[in-house]
Design a protein around this ligand. Sequence first.
Ligand SMILES: [Zn+2]
Length: 397
Amino acid sequence: MAADFPGAGRIFPRILGRYGGDTPGPLVIGIGGMHGNEPAGALALQQALEALRAAEVPFRGSFIGFAGNRAALARGCRYIDEDFNRAWSRERVIRLRGRGATPDATSEELEQRDLLASLDAELARRRGPVVCLDLHTTSAAGTPFVVIGDTLLNRRFAFRLRAPVVLGLEERLESTILNHLGEEGHVAVGFEGGQNDSPSSAAIHLEAIRTVLATAGCIRTEDLPLPAHGSEDPAADSDAPSPVVEVRYHHVIRKDDEFVMEPGFTNFQPVERGQILARDRRGPICAGESGQILMPLYQGQGTDGFFLVRRVRPFWLRLASWLRRLRIERLLPALPGVRRYQDTPGTLVVDPRVARWFVVELFHLLGFRKRLSREGKLIVSRRWHESRALEELQGQR
Ligand SMILES: [Zn+2]
């Protein structure tokens, strides 16, 4: 049943290994295989831990690697009963923390109970800020990329990975483990390290792990030499900043859609408005605007058909970080159509009829994300307790 590529169908332990722990410092949590047909991240975490031990690399803080959906990894499929990386809503996490397993629990619910308990135990013991790295691969080919909620601290880690950075995905994909960890106040970086069955994906992940450990201040890059993996790295020999794109469109597949992607699309391939991208039982699905395609679906399981992304100009990124440093958002409730939401800090209610002209762009710029729409009003909140994590990480420098 399992496909034939490195790590496919392997039985991984929940805890892939740990390193460090003697010197206080950040806790870096690596997670691989949230999707069972993406074993490269779990393999790379094992290799990173082995390499650290072999070279006895001096380490500040601690590093732990977790396997995600172990049952699906063992079968080499994306998931067993439900998508494990769409199961981390606040309500569900609270429910799983509070009660024992029910007889009708899905395979993923059992996995989640176990992983959540391990994560919570690790986090309770931490002696410094927490940096989470969630490793994935895609069913389509194309260059690796980074996925973050747009906080200044997440950006710092993302840009060091020297791959295109995708913003706004977390607004479209609810209840990912990255959202969960981000909302708990930690640095949370997702990395898509190539194609599911590509032999170079684990090596690309390994390099990303080293970069994150070095950025967190746990190791010095030169202390952990890695074998060259020979896959192209467009940014390797330039100091050009990583391109940043934002998600403009998300094609959600519904049950019985009979969705089929047109063949041959790769991540970041440019597409034109009107171009046929996929088909379902209603007919061809065309690009609503020009841009680049991301994560076209070339596997049986999954409900995200494809994404369209567009380049964010560096000017806007600089403006955004400048406005955030000035804490301009404190003035927002003074604008027409905007008020605070109950007593929840960093959360605002926006009436789009009054505040139409500035709503989405301005709130994104200031680091807010859309939480939900209720009775025609929009509820937005500051992304992921940005300031707390930022202060913590800067405090220990
Ligand atoms: Zn994945």
